[in-house]
Design a protein around this ligand. Structure first.
Ligand SMILES: NC(=O)c1ccc[n+]([C@@H]2O[C@H](COP(=O)([O-])OP(=O)(O)OC[C@H]3O[C@@H](n4cnc5c(N)ncnc54)[C@H](O)[C@@H]3O)[C@@H](O)[C@H]2O)c1
Length: 287
């Protein structure tokens, strides 16, 4: 195939939960990926994690049956993104970290390269201001896991240009993703609503009104949700939830986003949810 995605490939910066998932999605669609992280230990785990996700995705008929059909390269240097047809930023949800990474990326890639931020809550316009060419940045809020959930909350910032939106549509066509376009602002749509719900649910557990299992059961058994807010928080990662709440609180001043004390205590204790083996629930092993 001669489109830029299959020939030049894409780069993903951040090899955590989401970066690995986005890389697996691209690789399974034949798109080469350069995966960048400052932590070499994360990069060392990535190839096996990507293969696992591609295998599970194929078994569930959510990804092509052939598995990984493109090359995965890894690097600890942002300069490795040069030459990619698009760069997806998926580093930790800390505004300064993201702004610094996007600023660096935008000086490394050539003009016209699509930049996408996978931020959970930081307004795209705010991050675009850190880049060399704000018109090239769009928000792509992939859900976890990216290979399973084919709808993506897409955010067009105040500066995002038509060319970037067209490039994103072309990339999504290759990856089999569906964009749900929403406006810019703290938490966009999903996390503006979800984060206050998770925080409130955590507070009810802290206050002893109900155990985590019962809180979630009300949502699953009574309201028909697929998962309850606390199981969802464990899947997201409680550290990421706390960082996202901080972004929302700093930008809105709304008390609903001030992180619950026990939620903060769980993160301080290293109980980050599924990825650490325990959060609101015990998982027995690290996933
Ligand atoms: N976890 C979810 O369910 C979820 C869903 C949607 C969006 N997000 C968003 O995706 C982004 C990543 O989240 P995650 O859950 O994968 O986090 P994570 O903690 O699993 O991974 C973050 C990665 O970023 C790396 N990193 C930090 N600073 C870096 C830098 N300067 N250069 C390169 N790499 C750097 C870290 O080493 C780590 O590997 C966040 O913005 C988060 O809010 C997360």
């Amino acid at each position: 195939m001669t489109d830029p995605w299959h020939t030049q490939g894409i780069a993903v910066v951040g090899a955590g939960v989401m970066g690995v998932g986005i890389a697996a999605l691209a690789l399974a669609h034949g798109v080469p990926v350069t995966l960048v992280d400052i932590d070499p230990a994360r990069l060392a785990l990535a190839p096996a994690a990507v293969r696992d996700q591609a295998r599970i995705g194929a078994l569930l008929r959510k990804l092509p049956a052939a598995g990984i059909t493109a090359e995965l390269r890894t690097s600890t240097s942002v300069t490795a993104v040069a030459g990619a047809a698009a760069v997806v930023e998926a580093v930790t949800e800390l505004p300064d970290t993201k702004a610094k990474v996007l600023a660096e990326v935008s000086t490394v890639v050539s003009a016209g390269t699509l930049l996408a931020t996978n931020t959970s809550a930081i307004p795209v316009g705010e991050l675009a201001a850190a880049t060399a060419r704000p018109a090239e940045l769009a928000g792509t809020h992939f859900m976890n896991p990216p290979y399973l959930i084919d709808a993506v909350e897409v955010v067009r910032g105040p500066d995002t240009g038509d060319a970037a939106m067209a490039a994103l549509a072309s990339l999504f066509a290759v990856l089999g993703r569906r964009a749900i376009l929403v406006g810019d602002g703290p938490g966009f749509v999903s996390n503006h609503v979800l984060m206050r719900m998770i925080n409130d649910a955590a507070r009810l557990v802290t206050e002893g009104r109900a155990a985590a299992e019962r809180v979630d059961e009300v949502f699953t058994a009574c309201l028909g949700h697929r998962t309850g807010p606390l199981a969802t928080a464990d899947l997201i990662g409680l550290d990421n939830v706390v960082d996202t709440l901080a972004v929302l609180y700093d930008r809105t001043g709304e008390e609903a986003y001030r992180a619950d004390a026990e939620l903060l205590a769980r993160v301080r204790a290293g109980n980050l949810g599924r990825k650490s083996g325990a959060g609101f629930y015990d998982y027995g092993s690290v996933s």
